[in-house]
Design a binder for this molecule. Sequence first.
Ligand SMILES: [Zn+2]
Length: 169
Amino acid sequence: MIYPIVKFGDPVLDKPSAPVTAFDDDLRKLVDDMFESMYAAHGVGLAAPQIGIAKRLAVIDTTLGEQEAEKLVLINPEIILSEGRQYEEEGCLSFPEIREKIVRAAKVRIRAQDANGKWFEMDGEELLARAFQHEIDHLDGVVFLFRMSALKRSLNLRKIRKMQNEGTW
Ligand SMILES: [Zn+2]
């Protein structure tokens, strides 16, 4: 099932999500639906609040579905190490048409559970490190607009308000 993507302005994006506690068939179905929804929207990452579900769950695939082995499921993820700095352009499925350069750690190590509840650790660099940080931010109720400089944030907010008023957001 393909879920519609929630856009900025919906309160579900602004609050921390609740930990996942049940690793059951419903969760595995939700994971499958999240991948389907992410690929349909041409994204490399999707957090559950972006489909209106306030749970600590995100999916990532930096190959856009090209390689099955690159599909990552992060449940209750946390960043346990971060180092360096990168400043690259990011987008977000909840902010159509908006891309900005964002400061992120260059490398991060995360700890998360898989769809069966098993804990694992994983390192990411470059795009994958950005995806980890971007998606975990979503689970904490932080959208990338608030990682931008004050100037870019206000310019983008103005652009969003205009689209909201025109009914195109
Ligand atoms: Zn996002």
